[in-house]
Design a protein around this ligand. Sequence first.
Ligand code: SF4
Ligand code: SF4
Ligand code: FES
Length: 245
Amino acid sequence: MSEEKNRILKISILRFDPNDPEDFPHMQTFEIEEAHGMTLFIALNEIREHHDNSLKFDFVCRAGICGSCSMLVNGTPTLACKTLTSKLGVNISLAPLPLFKLIGDLSVYTGQWMRYLNQHLETWIHNREKELNVDKLEERMEPELADEIYELERCIECGCCVAGCGTIQMRQEFIGAVGLNKVARYHLDPRDKRSDEEYYNLIGNEDGVFGCMSLLGCEDVCPKSLPLQVKIAYLRRMMIKTSMK
Ligand code: SF4
Ligand code: SF4
Ligand code: FES
């Protein structure tokens, strides 16, 4: 009885160390034997362990919740730890997410961009209370509303929607779907006392909701399947209403 052979994967990786003046971007292909249940996380570790220990890539949780392993897999932004090699052909290309600062090879610094975004949008509850009162009872919230907020809170800041957004390619000040999702989250929250006018000042412009081309590359690639399309449309309606007040 003949045993079925495992596939040999040809994994081509865009290599580049921006800190090495001698280096230049180039593709390097590694051949590895596929194992049962192999993810790109396992494949990359195999490459680093057995072929080239200088390969740079990021992983923390390996469970699709930290957002650090996002990269272009065959040109599509996605999480490498959630990607089974069995879902791909034998020729696989990997490249770092565009737009973010490159650390080296597949490793990018998404935190810098996300920090700017969070500071710019002030992504925290603005309750207007002058003094912190620790004895005050927590405000009640209807479970349906809490669920709706939680749904948007599931964003892991992986940057896939940023990498898949045509508008950000042209204008890097655009806050992208991740930013619009955050605004929708705080706008829903009754503890945030910012007025619609204040939100308008934040996102009622070309770098905010009016810059979005609505082609929905973001929703197609979001690994957490966030309802980005619905929320962008909602924010746009809200901004138009506010501008006509
Ligand atoms: S729908 Fe808007 S935010 Fe989403 S990818 Fe297109 S331009 Fe970017
Ligand atoms: S909205 Fe989706 S794709 Fe964008 S950063 Fe959050 S989880 Fe990632
Ligand atoms: S390693 Fe955390 S999302 Fe992939």
